[in-house]
Design a protein around this ligand. Sequence first.
Ligand SMILES: Cc1ncc(COP(=O)(O)O)c(C=O)c1O
Length: 416
Amino acid sequence: MNIHPLLARRTQGLRPSQIRKLNPLMRMPGMISLGGGYPNAETFALTSMEVVFKSGRKFQLRDGSMDLACQYGPTDAHADLKPHIIQWHAAKDGVELKGEQIQVLNGAQEGLHTMAYLFLDEGDGVALSEPAYPGAMAAFSAFTQRFIPIPLDAQGMITAELEGLLSKRKAAGESLPKFIYDVPNGNNPAGVSLSLERRRHLLQLASKYDLLILEDDPYQLIQLEDLDPLPTLQSLDLEERVVRLDSFSKIFAPGLRLGYASGTAEIIRYFQLYKQGSNLHTSAMDQALLAGFLASHSHEEFRALIRENCKIYRRNRDAVLAAARRRLPADIRYNVPSAGMFLWFEMPERFDAGRMMEMDGLDLGVILLPGSSFSTTGGLKNYMRASFSMISPEQVEEGMMRFARMIERERERTAG
Ligand SMILES: Cc1ncc(COP(=O)(O)O)c(C=O)c1O
């Protein structure tokens, strides 16, 4: 596909950094480099480090590996990490990426921002589900305010609605969105996953209307029914329209800020050009730790660890669902998420979740997130998001009782 008509005006001006281009050359054996302005490794304040992974296996950084972890590195990825990412991605998704199709990021969040930077001019549209992840809205709204909300149901984004909207816009000669953003597994906040049929339909629509898709998939492996995730949009894409964001936040550790974008070499090159000017590269130390983990744990071991962690989330989900069944009135509706960390409560239409939290949250000692935080239009006032990731089993019953009390108070306020 020709992405040039979709690029933002600012992106046309991105130029490669001459200094960054030299980075791989400077590391060639035998090279005498007077080129880079890097600090001398002898001056670094750290000499060695040992981390112990949950498996009990140890990983040490010292001498050359420590120098590499402390020094400036290449923009695309730490050299030790990239081959692991290629293998991990192939094993996980069945998609063989070439080196130039990967950009390591400071978490998927950086990918959301970068995508917006590269493609969105003021006034450009982005199609996304309603509700949507507020971090994506924040990243996009720095560049454009024009969101095209598409409702979702238990099967994820209602792609038939998207189709209706795109065909209407096209017939009316109105501009089309630059890309479609979706979280296909364990949607934050709605908890739903995009069905296989709709994944295919989304790709057909992207093809028909010549659009990109931004697949943001941090909950892909947070599967709560012990099933394999559905094929990724990227793996079903025959026209290279998908830019995919993978995150290690929910499967490794979020504080390390590790994720990666994958897509065509052309788009990833733009990611790199932008990163050269924004933060040079993702922390080499963090990347070295992940590389050390992937070198000392097989994919099966990593997947087994993730599956163990999913049991914690499943236990929490089931406890919250059971307490919700016992404690909440019948007119409060919610889904049973098969992936991710979220329950999405729909309350009677006259309810205002923002007011409920403001008036009663502190008093009753319970926090849920009001639906309007997830709306592109200031709607969804009668929805609440509950995250079950961190709740302890002892807190669940009391938490739902407090939520039920909050609901009663709102019912009294809005009665008549
Ligand atoms: C849907 C979605 N995308 C992206 C992110 C950010 O992930 P990362 O920690 O990889 O930046 C989150 C974090 O909660 C999320 O829920």
